[in-house]
Design a protein around this ligand. Structure first.
Ligand code: CS2
Length: 468
């Protein structure tokens, strides 16, 4: 009989194609680590999986090949807004030693530029009124930790699995800052007595389409209401800080390290920085997927140049071969079987830009080094969030700041200098330093002028040749 040792917040496609697979391997030898999942918003995943005993298919695709695996590590799925008490009770079970989460960047209710809690975030504001029935991630963690402390149950270890910079310390700080708004004693407890294990997670998992569901169900011979689609590659680097116990992650292929930060930085800047650059430019140029964008030689050259010339010099990762890492990324981006939509990756740019592009920009500026391709990525984001494409059609921009960003574009108009200045004024993304740096503003304005004037394809061709 399996028992739940982990509660996971945010049972999306990524979690099911990544952590749930590792845990499925673990459960074969050590049955105490099943996962209790929770959806923090919608009931659709719970409803889809309930009818199939929470079993689901992971379809691993490359080239013409699709391998299927059925995963059974999810025991239950709660829908937090329907029954917050059931979720909190599960989080307080003494058998639960880890609470992990994939709630996306915006799920932490923080200011992306500083990494601090945003006390004015609507979910945080709601939780501060009703802290015993929280809806936000910081609120749920703090309330569960408060109850465990009161009941004298050792705290769980918090294990964030999102693409945030320094996700362990960042989430630790956010939860402590939230707790401080409720009770100083709880804040000190979170600060001193709760472990936060940072992780670097990596697997490309595009959203599942209707066509995928039909294809996988046909291959499987039974209906799977919500399979997940992914690539063969998978990586999980975990900081080894689990004072109250953990599964043998290393036995199933995860890498246990003392400090995960260099690995996170490498992944965020190389993979995700390239991904976002490809997403904005590729979308504007009319490409639907990453693989289609990479098949255009100018785009492939731009991404190669971005990684080699502008990102790799900022990285120092013990034992890593950055050239080999880059080449493997290029192969992964080229996987035509994945159908990873540029529009999907373009989502939530306001929450992604700082760790994907702007940290690299700051390091390069500090070293007096050029940033032309990074600036093109930033300018492409600006062009994208104006919410009008190169043919004059509306772009469905999904971002917590979408309305504000669109309004900024409408007020500033199409003058590249004015438009860039207006976007650079969004401090939650750019902080204060970048708008004041001529060495940053100049290449951003130049790239934005080219995008507005000639469009993404012609601009990328110019930058790809290095001839701007
Ligand atoms: C992507 C990531 O959607 C996005 O923003 O860049 O989800 C990416 O596919 C994963 O981080 C890969 O590990």
């Amino acid at each position: 009989m399996t028992a739940a040792g982990i509660v996971h917040l945010g049972v999306g496609a990524f979690h099911r194609a990544h952590q749930a697979v590792y845990l499925d391997d673990i459960l074969a030898d050590d049955p105490q680590w099943a996962i209790v999942g929770a959806s923090l918003r919608r009931a659709d995943m719970r409803d889809a999986l309930a009818a199939q005993d929470n079993l689901f298919t992971v379809a691993i695709r490359s080239g013409d090949e699709t391998k299927l695996r059925v995963v059974g590590s999810l025991k239950t799925i709660y829908v937090a807004p329907e029954d917050p008490e059931a979720l909190l009770t599960a989080m307080c079970d003494p058998a639960v030693r880890i609470v992990s989460m994939t709630v996306t960047e915006k799920g932490y209710c923080h200011d992306p530029a500083t990494g601090d809690l945003d006390p004015a975030h609507p979910d945080v504001a709601a939780d501060l009124v009703r802290p015993r029935a929280p809806i936000s991630t910081p609120g749920l963690l703090a309330e569960a930790l408060r109850r465990r402390r009161e009941a004298k149950i050792v705290p769980f270890t918090v294990m964030p699995c999102d693409n945030l910079p320094e996700n362990g310390p960042t989430v630790h700080r956010i939860v402590a800052q939230y707790a401080a708004l409720i009770d100083g004693g709880l804040a000190r407890f979170v600060e001193n007595d709760v472990a936060f294990a940072g992780t670097m997670v990596d697997r490309i998992v595009p959203a599942t389409s209707e066509a995928d569901i039909a294809e996988i169900s046909a291959k499987l011979g039974v209906e799977d209401a919500w399979p997940v689609m992914t690539e063969p590659f998978t990586q999980w680097v975990i900081e080894d800080r689990f004072p109250t116990g953990r599964p043998d992650f290393a036995a199933v292929g995860a890498e246990m390290v003392g400090d995960v930060e260099p690995f996170e930085r490498m992944k965020l800047r190389m993979l995700n920085g390239s991904h976002s650059t490809l997403a904005y430019l590729g979308y504007l140029a009319g490409y639907e997927t990453v693989a289609q964008t990479m098949a255009a030689p100018d785009f492939a050259r731009l991404i190669m140049g971005l990684m080699t010339e502008e990102v790799m010099p900022t990285l120092d990762v013990p034992g890593a071969d950055l050239g080999a890492y880059r080449d493997a990324l290029v192969r992964r981006f080229n996987n035509p079987a994945l159908k990873h939509r540029t529009w999907q990756i373009a989502m939530d740019g306001s929450q992604k830009l700082p760790q994907r592009l702007l940290g690299t920009v700051r390091d390069r500026l500090g070293a007096g080094a050029p940033i032309d391709r990074l600036a093109l990525g930033v300018a492409a984001w600006m062009r994208y969030v104006t919410a009008v494409d190169e043919k004059g059609a509306a772009i469905d921009v999904r971002d917590p700041m979408a309305d504000r960003l669109k309004a900024i574009g409408e007020v500033a108009g199409r003058d590249p200098e004015k438009l860039a200045a207006a976007y650079l004024g969004v401090e939650e993304i750019f902080g204060r330093d970048l708008a004041a740096s001529d060495d940053f503003v100049r290449p951003v304005v130049a790239a934005l002028a080219a995008l507005l004037d000639r469009g993404a394809a012609a601009t990328v061709s110019q930058y790809g040749r290095g001839g701007h």
